[in-house]
Write a protein that binds this ligand. Structure first.
Ligand SMILES: [Zn+2]
Length: 245
């Protein structure tokens, strides 16, 4: 839960809304990839008091990442790569569950997360991602992980934000936008998010994703929206876990 004004700049300020935190599992013959690890199951203990109050996390037992993975027939040890779209606390909160994985994070993002500027510091919670047991590989620009999974830089929300492009047999291009776009409203109104590192870069990244998804007749999932965009328009899945193939 959190203030709507954090999602849409100067709109809906004071209105407390549900903000989902999505993670994505990519089953690829070349590698098993997880995109984002959500908010920490230990959020009460690890998050600073201000964050605990402003963004309380409502986690059901079934939504604990290891339980969700096990419901899909996976264990945390099966994950080869974890991509953090960025290192805000709600995207890397459970990184500690994957000590055997390689974490793919943009070089600028790592630098800013470790030494943030004053205006971006509140969303980086070092206690949840800076763990000596975790292996971070800092990457620059585009990065091909398997023949069908590629990281694409989409800066603006944060300095080193990145999205993931997945090529699927039936769906075609699936874009995991991360926080490059929070809501349909950001795209269609359009309205800036309430939180960004660079407004111009944010607008450019949003325009780029919209363009490529339109061009390729692709599908796009947003980290904090249950609605997703597909060639038929916007859809809301009925299921807790949606499968694209
Ligand atoms: Zn986020």
């Amino acid at each position: 839960m959190g203030d709507k004004g954090t999602l849409t700049l100067m709109k809906g300020v004071g209105e407390i809304v549900r903000i989902p935190y999505h993670s994505y599992l990519i089953e690829d013959p070349e590698a098993t990839v997880l995109v984002d690890t959500g908010s920490s199951v230990r959020w009460r203990e690890l998050h600073p008091e201000t964050l605990v109050k402003a963004f309380p996390v409502h986690l059901k037992e079934e939504d604990h990442l290891e339980n969700t993975l096990s419901s899909l027939g996976f264990t945390t040890k099966d994950i080869d790569y974890v991509i953090n779209t960025h290192l805000h606390y709600d995207h890397c909160g459970n990184n500690e569950m994957f000590p055997q994985a390689t974490f793919l994070v943009n070089k600028n993002e790592l630098a800013h997360a470790l030494v943030p500027e004053w205006w971006e510091a509140s969303s980086y919670v070092r206690a949840v991602f800076d763990n000596p047991r975790l292996r971070y590989e800092s990457i620059e620009g585009e990065f091909q992980i398997t023949s069908g999974v590629k990281i694409i830089p989409t800066p603006g929300h944060t300095v080193g934000h990145q999205s993931v492009f997945v090529e699927l047999a039936k769906t075609g291009l699936l874009v995991l936008a991360g926080d490059a776009i929070y809501l349909r409203e950001n795209l269609e109104d359009p309205v800036l998010p309430g939180l960004y590192a660079d407004a111009e870069l944010y607008a450019n990244s949003m325009k780029f994703l919209k363009h490529i998804v339109g061009l390729r007749k692709g599908t796009m999932l947003l980290s904090h929206s249950d609605e997703y965009f597909c060639p038929d328009g916007w859809k809301s899945p009925n299921r807790r876990i949606e499968v694209f193939d």
